[in-house]
Design a protein around this ligand. Structure first.
Ligand SMILES: NC(=O)c1ccc[n+]([C@@H]2O[C@H](COP(=O)([O-])OP(=O)(O)OC[C@H]3O[C@@H](n4cnc5c(N)ncnc54)[C@H](OP(=O)(O)O)[C@@H]3O)[C@@H](O)[C@H]2O)c1
Length: 258
């Protein structure tokens, strides 16, 4: 039997990397996307070493692109058409938060980067892939939103707005795709220990404090959940899933032990 194909954005770290491992173990062939070509190569080598020997049908393609650059996305859709035609899963995971300054003090360049990645990258890539899925009447779009797409916190206005957008987009896509057989899932995690806080603060000391004295989610927790959603029968669509660590009751309520 031919392996199913999935595209994972933001595969070079954290949730994306763990999802690549999880889906590879489940038998998927993968298109791995991120900006860091060296990390994509490392991931591809790891998957080939750990997984591909089990089945000769699986393939792993790594494609270094910046999803904020529409021309790079367009080139990808054009040049990889024959493979995208086989894709049944798109995991829109690439994303980031930058800074925690108050709205009135925040850097406009950080806003641009968050909106261009978390919102525009997601919609343009999805728009490029969907016609292939619609033609085959099969597909599953998994968007990685956030609890920040449901609840706002001080210093997070634009990041939260970008994730509120992911929730609205997931809902809107479901409505417009009704009847096509394509499923749309929005996964909304709380604190996950990845490179996320390092990217947000640009400082490893500050980043490590985010998780001090508490047990955050791991990337694998989210990856396993994504696979579980994919493995539900075709007539079942997990529309939304909020996942917090047990030590986090709400965005601003984290239990820390000395
Ligand atoms: N960690 C959390 O607490 C948490 C909670 C809720 C939701 N999330 C969401 O989960 C998703 C994954 O985050 P993570 O926690 O796994 O963070 P991460 O470890 O920092 O990974 C982010 C990934 O996104 C990729 N990326 C960023 N900008 C990109 C661009 N312009 N083009 C292509 N790829 C890009 C990065 O790859 P390159 O740098 O190589 O491009 C990296 O692979 C994000 O959407 C985030 O908002 C995270």
């Amino acid at each position: 039997m031919q392996a199913k194909w999935a595209i994972i954005t933001g595969a070079t770290a954290g949730i994306g990397w763990a999802t690549a491992e999880e889906l590879a173990h489940a038998g998927y062939s993968l298109i791995l996307i991120g900006r860091r070509a060296d990390r994509l190569k490392e991931l591809r080598d790891t998957l080939i070493r750990k997984v591909a020997h089990q089945t000769r049908e699986q393939e792993f393609k790594s494609i270094a692109i910046d999803i904020t650059k529409k021309s790079e996305l367009d080139d990808f859709i054009q040049s990889e058409g024959p493979t995208i035609n086989k894709v049944s899963v798109l995991v829109n995971n690439a994303g980031l938060a930058k800074g925690t300054d108050k709205f009135q003090d925040a850097k406009v360049s950080d806003w641009d980067q968050m909106l261009d990645t978390n919102v525009k990258g997601l919609i343009f890539l999805t728009r490029g892939v969907l016609p292939y899925m619609i033609k085959r009447k099969a597909g599953h779009i998994v968007n990685i939103g956030s609890v920040a797409g449901r609840w706002v916190y001080p210093g997070g206005a634009v990041y939260c707005a970008s994730k509120f957008a992911v929730r609205a987009l997931s809902e809107g896509m479901r409505m417009d795709l009704a009847g096509t057989g394509i499923r749309v899932t929005n996964i909304e995690p709380g604190m996950v220990n990845t490179e996320f806080s390092l990217v947000r603060f640009g400082d490893s000391e500050k980043a490590s404090q985010v998780y001090s004295g508490m047990t955050p989610l791991g990337a694998k927790d989210i990856a396993e959940t994504i696979l579980w959603c994919l493995q539900r029968p075709q007539h079942v669509n997990i529309q939304e899933l909020v996942i917090y660590p047990t030590d986090q009751a709400a965005i601003g309520q984290v239990v820390r032990r000395p």
